[in-house]
Design a protein around this ligand. Structure first.
Ligand SMILES: Nc1nc2c(ncn2[C@@H]2O[C@H](COP(=O)(O)OP(=O)(O)OP(=O)(O)O)[C@@H](O)[C@H]2O)c(=O)[nH]1
Ligand SMILES: [Mg+2]
Length: 365
């Protein structure tokens, strides 16, 4: 089952799965996206049904009440898409995550997997950025702490803006990329097995773990260290990963090539104290080794916010810093300027008179 909430969420969900269910507060936006199932969430506003959440997550949250039971049932064992910037996607998904966090342990087979789309902070509006910060720090962290979500993919719009790509083309890139990862169990079933074995149950269990999932894929050259190749082939559509807690890989070996290089990948992960799940298959269609790898990693809320700011530039970093400052209260330091200056002056080899003269000149004393 695939679910899409809000504008971006709906477009991505339907692109991945034409049978997806989409949810919106806007009847117009709902009708614009061809989907098999559409759910209109109601907002009881004085002016009747709204055309959108005006980038206000409070409206998305309020609308969640009207579809709560339906969404909770639908999100079981589902893949849910939403942007973290818009009002509908982030508000409704925030309310859903908070609801999931209140549940007793959700069994692995019923966990929801989240594909979240983050704005490119340097180029997108302050509302989108602030909604994202609230979302990452609050509901997302809460739900992960309770262990009640499956994997979380943190997609970013950075490359879309940097490469000036049309929205629909970028959506296709995101979905195609995700498909490569999701195709692992199918490839394991269809191609000739050489070593290891990831069956659909193993794959579902991996997906049900409450961690961030950074996946990527590339042609692997067994003559070079795997770690270097992984670092230079991280997925540019996703936020950067941290050290993995769990890992999974599929190595496709060309016709007549030796499967043994897969031991390099195992050694690499074992060095990081991770025992990976893996499958090695023969794929005669390939001229070179091809690896699809997924790293599950965990982040604290503040680190998540930093990850988000790391992909942004100066303007956005200032915005993120301001927002962090609002939440971190630093103790006030009482400093006697004259005493402190004399101390620093002494350390630096200047006489007290030199330092005091400078301070007087700049009007500090
Ligand atoms: N890649 C991509 N990004 C999108 C798309 N549509 C919106 N966005 C991004 O998603 C964020 C806005 O969220 P939307 O999903 O449009 O908003 P919404 O959830 O419908 O909420 P409201 O419209 O405010 O009610 C911004 O960061 C946009 O750049 C899309 O089709 N593709
Ligand atoms: Mg919208």
């Amino acid at each position: 089952m695939t679910l899409g909430i809000g504008g971006a969420g709906s477009r991505l969900a339907v692109k991945l799965d034409p049978g997806a269910t989409i949810v919106n507060v806007s009847q117009i936006e709902l009708e614009k996206t061809p989907a098999e199932h559409r759910i209109l969430a109601m907002v009881h506003a004085a002016r009747g049904q709204l055309q959108g959440s005006r980038k206000d997550p409070a409206i998305g949250r309020a609308a969640f009440a009207s579809v709560k039971d339906e969404l909770l049932a639908l999100c079981r064992n589902s893949l849910l898409f939403a942007s973290t910037g818009g009002g509908t996607g982030s508000g409704m998904t925030a309310a859903l995550l908070e609801e999931l966090a209140t549940r007793d342990d959700i069994p692995p087979t019923e966990k929801a997997v989240f594909a979240l789309l983050l704005p490119h902070a340097e180029r997108e509006s302050a509302e989108y950025v602030n909604n994202t910060l609230d979302f990452l720090r609050g509901p997302l962290s809460l739900a992960i702490d309770t262990g009640n979500t499956g994997n979380i993919f943190l997609f970013s719009n950075r490359l879309k803006f940097e490469s000036r790509l049309p929205e629909d083309e970028y959506n296709t890139m995101l979905v195609d990329s995700l498909q490569v990862f999701l195709a692992i169990p199918e490839k394991c079933a269809q191609l000739d097995l050489l070593d290891g074995h990831i069956d659909p149950e193993d794959f579902s269990l991996f997906m049900s773990r409450p961690y961030f999932n950074h996946f990527t894929y590339f042609e692997f050259d067994p003559a070079k260290p795997f770690g270097e190749q992984l670092r230079s082939n991280l997925n540019p559509l996703l936020l950067l990963p941290d050290n993995p807690i769990e890992a999974l890989f599929l190595l496709e070996v060309p016709a007549d090539a030796d499967p043994a290089p897969f031991y390099d990948l195992i050694d690499f992960f074992v060095d990081q104290e991770v025992t990976p799940s893996y499958t090695v298959v023969r794929n005669s269609q390939r001229g070179k080794y091809f690896v699809t790898v997924s790293l599950l990693y965990s982040r604290k809320p503040a680190e998540l916010v930093e990850d988000f700011s790391r992909i942004s530039e100066k303007r956005a970093r200032a915005k993120v810093r301001k927002s962090l400052e609002q939440h971190v209260t630093l103790p006030r330091l009482e400093v006697n300027l004259e005493r402190e200056t004399k101390r620093v002056g002494k350390e630096k080899g200047a006489t007290e008179e030199d330092v005091l003269a400078v301070l007087q000149r700049i009007g500090k004393l």
